[in-house]
Design a binder for this molecule. Sequence first.
Ligand code: ADP
Ligand code: MG
Length: 284
Amino acid sequence: MKHKDIVGGGVIPRGEGLLTAFSNTITVKDMLMKQMCRMTRTTLLGMTLLLSQSGLFAMSRKDRAFIEKFSLPKGTLKENADKLFSDKKILKALRYQQKERLEAGGFKLFSNTWGNVIALHPDLEGWVIKYGNRFPAVTSNIRRITYAERIRVYAKTHQIPEIVLPKKYLYHLPGQKDKLSNKNYLVFSEKLELNKKGDKPPSREAIHKICKMIKRLGLGDMHPDNFSIVGDNKLAIIDTEPFFDFGTRGLGGVIEKAFLRRLRGGIGVLHFKRTMRKFYPDKA
Ligand SMILES: Nc1ncnc2c1ncn2[C@@H]1O[C@H](COP(=O)(O)OP(=O)(O)O)[C@@H](O)[C@H]1O
Ligand SMILES: [Mg+2]
């Protein structure tokens, strides 16, 4: 037989038996290769995530533009802040949240915070400082500014003049690296007079619009410590730190799944409505 061989009693075309045997080994090899590729991919993804969280990457153009746009302008306030935070002891106390040391340095700390240093200081009159350095949220504290901007833009485009947002600035701590991270920067927030007796709440229509905004932007942290009626018919949102916002690198690197935003928004609306109910005794 020229072109055929007898294998196992049957007649198969020459070469096909070999091919079958060969293809069997390829299948095992293939599976191994596939498995290895999968493992490599997972390892690489894990390493990228870890590196991105660790903030080892160089500063992006976006981060630089953000710093330029929102940095505390030169002036008395900045000079005073530079003097205050050049003191290594204060800086250390801030970093490690040593409350007694901060108080000894003249800071008055707010207690209703979630692991951040929120404080006033007589040399920084009219301003609240906000510092937080929780792992792994590399930029969650300084993204208070990003979220405040989001709210500002939404309130403007959807015509909700009742929303008030305190001015916020980014402040680079003296002697720290330039890299945009919670460790190197803190946030200055204009001090507002909150929960003053006699201030009237916004209209029901405005509240309705605000609820929509909370849902859309996923503002999950709308509990009574984080917003306040200020003046007449205005509502200030003072805590704009992203809530449940994991995977935060830089400013844009937010892994923001739509369903998570919706979930946060739903929680936020519940908190908000529960607090606002007392202002509308007849019906919420
Ligand atoms: N701009 C502000 N004006 C006046 N008080 C403020 C201001 N920002 C924060 N506070 C006070 O500090 C508290 C904690 O601030 P917040 O931003 O909510 O911190 P956290 O993100 O840790 O919850 C607020 O409940 C409020 O009493
Ligand atoms: Mg708060």
